[in-house]
Design a protein around this ligand. Structure first.
Ligand code: SF4
Length: 322
């Protein structure tokens, strides 16, 4: 992606499984290195946590399993230990004790951290797997108590669309958090203005509702306005991008400089847009094209739009190195 000269990025606070590059804390003493987590480090504040170590399990340790014999349990079969209560209590109190955070990166397949990837057994001894799509105990608490925050695992990081969506949400939430610290409406207006195209690309109708909240015609107290806005912000970014909305956002942006283009260039853009309808991976190329046109025609409004650059461009390059 081209550079994004007019954007400053707030740093998202991401809670991350400690074994993803931070410590050799897996049951077998191993660590899971991630180039992408390394690449994110300069732009993100990580809070690394190993729930199993926090409840007192050592490294190395006997493996633990998730069991479902009518109720879900966390069991360490080698020593017949039931860790369910300990892990449930820890997960709730740990997450409650954190002040601010914008998302989670968790280790897949773990009985503590896995999201929809954890094996669940019928009983601790038979080795008979009931299903493979369980949530680990810590992850379950995350998904239940923070349904509006982005969550991804280290395997999904390799999917550039999922990662793009995760990063977009995390950076938008971090930036909102910073804006809300000001306690001023005009800061929210500025936030809304630079995110307009982004939200338009996710859901035009919700964008309009957000605009109404920012306008604050009923003169509500500032805190209430921010609260109402946040509930729509989390909704607007909760679903993946929809082609129709994205095309609409591109067309809207095109209107800012189309008069400067000749017929051939306009036709070229329409062809690119058609390509995007057939293959959504073109979106990254289209955004690049918009940034270079906005720079060429000095369209300040577009250069400030997070839609074209929702997170630091260095991370866009990193999507290729996972
Ligand atoms: S998956 Fe979670 S509990 Fe297991 S080692 Fe990694 S951080 Fe610890």
């Amino acid at each position: 992606m081209e550079t994004c000269p007019d954007l400053n990025f707030s740093s998202p606070i991401i809670v991350i499984s400690k074994c993803l590059g931070f410590a050799h804390c897996r049951y077998n003493g191993q660590i899971v290195p991630s180039l992408f987590v390394e690449a994110m480090s300069p732009f993100v504040e990580f809070i690394d946590i190993c729930p199993e170590c926090e409840i007192g399990l050592g490294v190395p340790r006997e493996p633990i399993l998730m069991v479902d014999d009518g109720s879900r349990k966390l069991i360490q079969p080698a020593i017949g230990l039931d860790l369910t209560e300990k892990m449930t209590t820890f997960s709730r109190s740990y997450l409650k004790g954190l002040e601010d955070f914008d998302g989670f990166i968790l280790k897949s397949k773990s009985p503590s951290c896995g999201i929809r990837t954890t094996k669940v057994f019928m009983d601790p001894d038979s080795g008979k797997c009931l299903y493979h799509e369980g949530n680990g105990f810590f992850a379950e608490t995350v998904l239940r108590d923070y349904p509006d925050l982005p969550v991804i695992d280290e395997r999904q990081i390799t999917d550039s669309f999922l990662m793009d969506h995760f990063l977009t949400r995390a950076f938008a939430l971090a930036s909102f958090r910073d804006a809300s610290l000001s306690g001023k409406i005009h800061t929210l207006v500025e936030y809304h203005t630079r995110n307009k195209l982004l939200f338009m690309a996710y859901d035009k109708e919700l964008l309009n509702e957000m605009g109404n909240i920012v306008a604050n015609r009923n003169e509500l107290p500032v805190e209430e306005v921010y609260e109402k806005y946040l509930s729509l912000l989390t909704r607007v970014l909760s679903k993946p991008l929809e082609t129709g909305y994205v095309v609409n956002a591109f067309m809207h942006a095109f209107g800012y400089f189309s008069r400067n283009l000749n017929a051939g260039e306009k036709f070229g853009f329409m062809q690119k847009l058609q390509q995007y309808r057939e293959d959504s991976s073109i979106i990254f190329e289209l955004k690049k094209w918009f940034i270079s046109r906005a720079e060429e025609f000095n369209v300040d409004y577009l250069l400030k739009q997070t839609f074209f650059c929702p997170y630091p461009p260095q991370l866009s390059g990193s999507l290729q190195i996972v």
